[in-house]
Design a binder for this molecule. Structure first.
Ligand code: SAM
Length: 366
């Protein structure tokens, strides 16, 4: 029988492997202070934005709710204190992903995400990426400014060396090289024959440069044959049109072309690393009956894959409807979520139980 026999348990049951997840009804700062140091691998969260929304917290808790502060500085200070407490709980190899939205106040765009990010840097966090989440929203029509369509997702770490599985998030090539009787051709049909001819017939390359260019081309074709590369393009001095300005500010490739007479651009079979602009439509299934900005699960895939090892532990101190916990379980990680609102936690519990049922009992996942 699997160790994670229970879907829900206490945080310490999650940490010791007796439960897969825990949904804690409580305030973020005080709950974080009660958790053990260096116990989670990855924090993913989206706090309430400043003066943006009203969440369904009970009367009793409403004074603890974040986002209602009069001044932006008060909001920033509170959040920085919460993430300071979260830093203690994060393992030295851990990551924190923070999604946060901005706010116009008296027509003035407040720059809230960066205010928070700078306060966290001042507190010792290392900022590794500022991801622009392009939400592709189309409905607002302001009369005196442009539509806003993005939010920030900041990736912070605690130390210079941290867990990051970059291979797990590479975008894999959709076409592979093939054989065509005469040898290998790249994913887009490049065999190298034309380049060999251009090198041989070149009037601008020296004999030495020709030899080096042919060797490099053979080496590239070898890597294509053994599956390391899927594609390549060769640029040979005098043979291909190149586009670089006359301003003396020569790029690395142009310099290579000038000095060696050629360069080769290669596409690795491992795929390429995603960029820091993510185009993901916001979730609408779980927010129908709430006012809460719900994470689309797609948004959570890369943070979890890259920065939480298999069977590792994820923490979300503003878990809302439980998106981060659901995504963690789906990806065979354990998770602890905290929220002030019982209403949202009830939605989270229902959502996660339904998911576990759909996936034919959660323990089988692990
Ligand atoms: C933007 S929502 C999070 C949504 C979540 N990412 C999801 O996918 O459903 C922010 C959440 O923070 C909660 N909240 C507000 N103040 C809090 C506090 N001081 N401590 C813990 N949770 C709080 C709200 O109840 C709300 O559920």
């Amino acid at each position: 029988m699997s160790a994670y026999n229970n879907i829900f348990g206490t945080p310490s049951e999650v940490l010791s492997g007796l439960a897969a997840s825990s949904l804690v009804h409580g305030e973020a700062l005080s709950t974080l202070k009660s958790l053990p140091a260096e116990s989670v691998d990855c924090i993913i969260t989206s706090p309430p934005y400043w003066k943006q929304r009203e969440y369904e917290v009970s009367e009793y808790h409403s004074s603890l709710e974040l986002g209602n502060e009069d001044q932006p500085q008060q909001y920033v200070a509170k959040l920085a204190a919460i993430f300071h407490a979260a830093k203690r709980i994060l393992k030295p190899s851990g990551s924190l992903w923070l999604n946060i939205g901005d706010k116009y106040h008296n027509k003035n765009l407040m720059g809230m995400p960066w205010r928070v990010a700078l306060a966290m840097q001042d507190d010792g966090w290392i900022l590794r990426n500022d991801i622009i989440w392009d939400q592709m929203k189309g409905t607002q029509s302001p009369k005196d400014r442009l539509r806003d369509v993005y939010e920030h997702i900041f990736h912070f770490v605690k130390s210079q060396k941290y867990y990051y599985d970059s291979d797990s998030i590479r975008i894999k090539p959709d076409k592979l090289p093939s054989e065509n009787g005469n040898g290998i051709v790249s994913a887009t049909g490049v065999s190298g024959v034309k380049y060999k001819q251009q090198i041989a017939e070149s009037k601008v390359l020296s004999e030495m440069e020709k030899q080096k260019a042919l060797e490099a081309l053979e080496e590239t074709l070898g890597r294509l044959r053994n599956g390391e590369l899927v594609d390549f393009r060769m640029t040979i001095r005098g043979a291909q049109r190149t586009y670089h300005g006359e301003n003396g500010n020569i790029s690395g490739r142009a310099k290579e072309l000038e000095e060696r007479g050629f360069f080769i651009m290669k596409s690795s079979a491992k795929g390429y690393i995603p960029s820091d602009i993510w185009r993901i439509v916001p979730e609408d299934k779980w927010r129908k009956d709430t006012h809460c900005a719900v994470f689309p699960e797609e948004l959570l895939l890369n943070p979890i894959k890259a920065t939480c090892p298999n069977h590792g532990i994820i923490l979300d101190p503003f878990v809302g409807t439980g998106s981060s916990v659901a995504a963690a379980l789906r990806m065979q990680r354990r998770a602890v979520g905290i929220d002030l609102s019982e209403v949202y936690l009830a939605t989270a519990r229902k959502r996660i139980s339904e998911m576990a049922e759909r996936l034919n009992t959660l323990p089988l996942l692990f």
